[in-house]
Design a protein around this ligand. Structure first.
Ligand SMILES: CC(C)(COP(=O)(O)OP(=O)(O)OC[C@H]1O[C@@H](n2cnc3c(N)ncnc32)[C@H](O)[C@@H]1OP(=O)(O)O)[C@@H](O)C(=O)NCCC(=O)NCCS
Length: 185
């Protein structure tokens, strides 16, 4: 029987499931396919890989290869007794604004064999209080205009669509604000 679904801090217990997901081509990053490069780093040194997940380097590589500063934030893994996916939060202290290269406060990806079970919807719901504790009254999320699953995840969590389309490297994106439930919102 599977355990209850929740978010966990990345840990050695869940690492084999994360590795198996990478080995099957799953990428935690939805703007750039990082599965092969992460798999190589994980297999070279699992402990160092986990340390880097928990304490990532100060810069991040964009899809065009450029390096930009990494925002504060956290990554949590989805877990139902097995590894199910990842969700991350990134933000700037004291403001809800994001730099132009950051496509939203929250990103998530579920492994293909655990999709359509409500996991992404529940993961976002569990991440909202984390965002509230980081000082955010609302988070901005974007998804490709044709990503119905992600749009429904956002709407199920109270997402309110912003007018127009956001252009992200040639892809039309829908943008939403999702309230975090922070009482001073
Ligand atoms: C988007 C994604 C995270 C959704 O994960 P999930 O755990 O399957 O989502 P849920 O089970 O919570 O489903 C949310 C809703 O989307 C619907 N849905 C799920 N997959 C769908 C699909 N392929 N097409 C249409 N609707 C879909 C579900 O039926 C559900 O609808 P409902 O609330 O009306 O019942 C997952 O498909 C994924 O990892 N995709 C690749 C990465 C990605 O696109 N990340 C988001 C970037 S913005």
């Amino acid at each position: 029987m599977e355990d209850a679904f929740g978010l966990i801090v990345p840990c050695a217990t869940a690492l084999p499931g994360y590795e198996a997901a990478l080995a099957q081509g799953w990428s935690p990053n939805t703007t750039r396919d990082v599965s092969a490069e992460e798999l190589a780093r994980l297999r070279a040194d699992p402990a160092a890989f986990l340390r880097a997940v928990l304490h990532p380097p100060p810069t991040i590589t964009m899809a065009d290869g450029s390096e930009v500063p990494r925002l504060p934030g956290c990554v949590l893994w989805m877990w139902d007794g097995a590894f199910c996916g990842a969700i991350n939060l990134r933000h700037q202290f004291g403001t809800e604004a994001l730099p132009p290269h950051v496509s939203g406060h929250v990103g998530y990806a579920v492994v293909p064999w655990k999709r359509r079970r409500g996991y992404a919807t529940r993961a976002l719901a569990l991440m909202l209080p984390v965002a509230a504790r980081a000082g955010l009254a609302r988070v901005e999320l974007t998804c490709d205009a044709d990503n119905d699953a992600s749009r429904r995840v956002i709407e199920a969590n109270g997402g309110v669509r912003q007018p127009g389309l956001r252009d992200a490297e040639g892809h039309p994106k829908l943008a939403f604000w999702v309230p975090t439930g922070r009482p001073d919102a």
